[in-house]
Design a protein around this ligand. Structure first.
Ligand code: LRH
Ligand code: MN
Ligand code: MN
Length: 388
């Protein structure tokens, strides 16, 4: 697509979802550097997310993580979000921080532990019912550390059985998104380690089950854009968890470590029709900001996704297709690289001006007193964060 107006229209309709946990304190197992002014509860996390939407105009939904975002009244939280111009998005489950899950959650050999895990997933669907969230996101830390520790096949059977119970609980318009991760916290084997395993379970479950691609959850050198192409082709790409990695599950800002990889992913998204709202692909961020200020880091991340998307939209498809058909290896590669090497920032400035937004979202936020205000207001109390 090389028509500027069409590119801008596609960019204007793109939506990027923010994770509530990006606004809380986070760190590594070595140290959490607490920041002043971080939210003390889910209401304040949503208020911060609303700031990101205010200056980017494309981030109107916030993912919650249960129980990190536990509140008494989810209707109230949803109304609070709406009053700030945003909505609650995907509900992320958490079956990885309870002592009972040391040897697994939905794959555990003990039926009582599996029941507890499935009950938590049911409770997450209750939250979806209360908030109007369309998606339940599942990531399981389940796996083993030593060969022989447990039976792979028995664990897959237990996983399939647990998933189907939750699947049956989904209402109309609700989906289940199954995330995979190569390793960590289990180091020998993980029960849902790759897209193939997630895909196999989703196919067995049915239409409402889709795969989540977390960009940080692959072995180095994995061709993630090929996975994206395959999933879109099969109608099974449900969502992205965007972030960047240099080594493992680093959770750095999307597009920061390898913007070219993000472009290649977005190119396959465009090619596979994943950008249209009807495809149902949810572009979520799953990041932690350990040393950088959180609200600006989320604004920057949204902008990085927009820039990669703009470049992908600028690919000259007729020229690419002609070069591919003609076996013109260098010509085809040059068409793709031309799009990647385009400076799309002026186009995004133009788009924001047309939308009545400040052309520079980072500067626009920095000019406000919001950061000072939250530092002054949010004193004392418990500072919510990753795992809190
Ligand atoms: C696991 C993961 C998953 C969790 C999130 C906090 O590494 O990517 O999506 O819910 O981190
Ligand atoms: Mn993730
Ligand atoms: Mn992760």
């Amino acid at each position: 697509m090389t028509d500027r107006t069409a590119v801008k229209a596609a960019l204007a309709s793109q939506r990027i979802e923010l994770p509530s946990w990006a606004f809380g304190n986070s760190g590594t197992r070595f140290k959490v550097f607490a920041q002043a002014g971080v939210p003390r509860d889910p209401f304040e996390k949503i208020a911060d997310a609303a700031q990101v939407h205010r200056y980017t105009g494309v981030a109107p939904t916030v993912s919650l993580h249960i129980p990190w975002d536990l509140v008494d009244d989810y209707h109230k939280l949803a109304s609070h979000a709406e009053s700030l111009g945003v909505r609650i998005g995907v509900i992320n489950s958490n079956t990885f921080q309870d002592n009972d899950y040391m040897l697994g959650s939905v794959t555990h050999a003990d039926p009582a532990v599996r029941r507890k895990a499935v009950d938590h997933l049911f409770a997450c669907v209750d939250v979806m019912d209360a908030t109007g969230s369309p998606d339940l996101k599942l990531w399981f830390a389940d796996g083993t550390n030593y060969p022989g520790q447990d039976d792979f096949r028995a664990r897959q059977d237990r996983l399939a059985e647990s998933l189907s119970k939750v699947y049956d609980r989904l209402g109309d318009g609700q989906r289940m998104l199954l995330e995979y991760k190569l390793f960590e916290p289990a180091f020998y084997h993980t029960d849902v380690p790759d897209w193939g395993t997630s895909f196999a379970h989703c196919v067995a479950l049915g239409e409402k089950a889709k795969v989540v691609v977390d960009t940080g959850h692959h072995a180095p050198g994995t061709n993630i854009e090929f996975i994206v192409a395959m999933l879109l082709r099969a109608g099974k790409l449900g969502a992205f968890d965007f972030n960047s990695r240099f080594y493992a599950d680093d959770d750095l800002m999307v597009g920061s470590a390898d913007p070219f990889q993000l472009f290649r992913i977005m190119h396959e998204v465009v090619r596979g029709g994943g950008l249209s709202a009807s495809s149902g692909v949810n572009f979520m961020l799953d990041q932690c900001h350990n040393i950088e200020p959180k609200i600006p880091a989320q604004i920057r991340s949204v902008m990085n996704v927009q820039e990669a998307t703009a470049k992908a939209l600028l690919v000259d498809w007729p020229a690419l297709s002609a070069a591919q058909q003609a076996g013109d290896v260098l010509g085809a590669n040059a068409v793709l690289m031309d799009a990647y090497n385009t400076d799309v920032r002026p186009l995004l400035v133009e788009l924001r001006q047309e939308q009545g937004l400040d052309p520079d979202p980072m500067a626009a936020y920095a000019r406000t007193d919001y950061a000072t205000k939250i530092v002054n207001e949010r004193v004392g109390g418990h500072q919510a964060g990753w795992g809190a």
